[in-house]
Write a protein that binds this ligand. Structure first.
Ligand code: S3P
Length: 178
């Protein structure tokens, strides 16, 4: 048994992985790493552009590679995109001393948050659909079996990012991992 040395945040788009992740990193005095931002930096183009130019399968391969490269570091909070779990990754293959956390959110709240940020189909290419709520439900159903494998489940609705980050920080300090 040992203490956690890194946190990996799982959860659907708009669950708050980036916002909560930044706060959590500050609370722990660790570094925050955002996989999407790192992909955009390395490729010199936005995620929607990568989807448009290369397609989803190519994006998933890049995402899996970048995430597995970043996750080996310690004292980090890593936020992959919500669809990382649908690519060629293996949760069981994460380094030891990794606390996986599922930020839980309902389909309705997902749609509220992504719509508030503009046209969902523009910023989130996978939500480009005549019925985005149905699309969210379908994707969430497919991904949930993997999100459920997270060691810690945290409710995000009607809670501030700080509250959520604080709950995870306490778990990191208290929890002993196998
Ligand atoms: C995706 C989520 C996005 C981004 C891409 C695909 C997904 O990240 O990686 O648009 O398939 O759920 P966020 O979860 O940070 O929105």
């Amino acid at each position: 048994m040992s203490a956690a040395r890194r946190v990996v945040l799982l959860g659907f788009m708009a669950a708050g992985k980036t916002t909560v992740g930044r706060e959590l990193a500050v609370l722990l005095g660790w570094r925050f790493l955002d996989v999407d931002q790192e992909i955009e930096r390395r490729r010199g183009r936005s995620i929607p552009d990568i989807f448009r130019e290369m397609g989803e399968a190519a994006f998933r391969a890049i995402e899996a590679e970048v995430a597995s490269e970043l996750v080996v570091d310690s004292e980090i909070v890593l936020a992959p995109g919500g669809g990382w779990v649908s690519g060629p990754m293996d949760l069981e293959a994460l380094p030891p001393e990794t606390l996986t956390v599922w930020l839980r959110i309902s389909p309705e709240e997902i749609l509220r948050r992504v719509s508030a940020a503009g046209d969902p189909g523009e910023t989130r290419p996978l939500l480009r659909s005549a019925d985005p709520l149905e699309r969210v439900r379908t994707l969430l159903n497919a991904r949930e079996p993997i999100y459920r494998k997270a060691a810690l489940w945290v409710e995000t609705e009607a809670r501030s990012p700080h509250e959520i980050a604080d709950e995870i920080a306490r778990a990191v300090r208290d929890l002993e991992l196998d």
